[in-house]
Design a protein. Structure first.
Length: 193
C-alpha cells in the first residue's frame, strides 16, 4: 500500500468476518488547506472459477477472473478521530479478467466512487483523479517488476541445470516454453462533477 500511495498513514484490520475484512485506513492531506481523511471499509475479494466467469460473459481461458471490492461500513471499533474527516467509499475496487486470444495478459478495471466529505475545490478533485491513475500505473509497474524477477529466477535455474548436466539441461532449456508476462491496463471512469 505504501509503495503505491505515500499518503497512507495507517492501515489496520479491525475485524475479519467470513464475508470480508473490515479495515481502517487513514491518509494525510497533501495540502495545508485540507483536512486529512480516514475511512472504515469492508473489503471483499472473489475469485471466479472458469465456469462462473463464463456464466458472467467474462473471457477466462484457463485462468480465474477475480474482483476486489471495497465499500464503507460503520465500525464501533474505530469511531471518528479528531483531525480527520471520515470519508465514504460508495464503491471502490478492481476487476481482473484475462484478455483474448491467449489469456497471456490480464486487463484490470478500476472502479472508484468515493465521497471524501467536506468542501473540496474541483481543481483538487481533478488532481486526485489524475493521481489515482498514477497509482494504478504504479501497481502495474510493481506487477511487471515481480514478473521480471520470477522470469529471471526461472532463467537462472535453467542455466544452473544446463551447467550441471550440459546435455539434459540444454535440451530442457531449449524446449522449455517462455513464461508469459502478464501486464495490467487500467480504465478510469470519472463522473461528471
Amino acid at each position: 500500500t505504501y509503495l503505491i500511495d505515500p499518503t497512507v498513514e495507517t492501515v489496520e484490520v479491525l475485524q475479519s468476518p467470513p464475508f470480508g475484512t473490515v479495515i481502517y485506513t487513514s491518509y494525510r492531506s497533501g495540502s495545508r488547506l485540507l483536512s486529512s481523511r480516514d475511512f472504515c471499509t469492508l473489503t471483499a475479494t472473489k475469485v471466479l472459477s472458469n465456469d462462473e466467469g463464463a456464466a458472467l460473459g467474462l473471457y477466462t481461458k484457463g485462468i480465474n477472473s477475480s474482483s476486489f471490492v471495497v465499500s464503507s461500513v460503520n465500525s464501533t471499533d474505530m469511531p471518528e478521530c479528531n483531525g480527520y474527516v471520515r470519508g465514504q467509499v460508495i464503491a471502490f475496487g478492481f476487476i481482473v479478467v484475462a484478455t483474448p486470444p491467449d489469456a497471456r495478459r490480464v486487463r484490470v478495471f478500476h472502479i472508484a466512487c468515493v465521497d471524501p466529505k467536506g468542501n473540496i475545490p474541483a481543481k483538487l478533485i481533478d488532481a486526485a483523479v489524475a493521481e489515482t491513475c498514477k497509482k494504478v500505473n504504479r501497481l502495474r509497474e510493481l506487477c511487471e517488476e515481480a514478473q521480471a524477477k520470477v522470469d529471471a529466477e526461472a532463467r537462472a535455474e535453467a542455466a544452473a541445470a544446463a551447467a550441471s548436466n550440459p546435455e539434459d539441461g540444454a535440451a530442457h532449456a531449449a524446449g522449455a516454453p517462455e513464461r508469459p508476462v502478464q501486464t495490467a491496463h487500467s480504465v478510469i471512469e470519472r463522473p461528471f462533477v
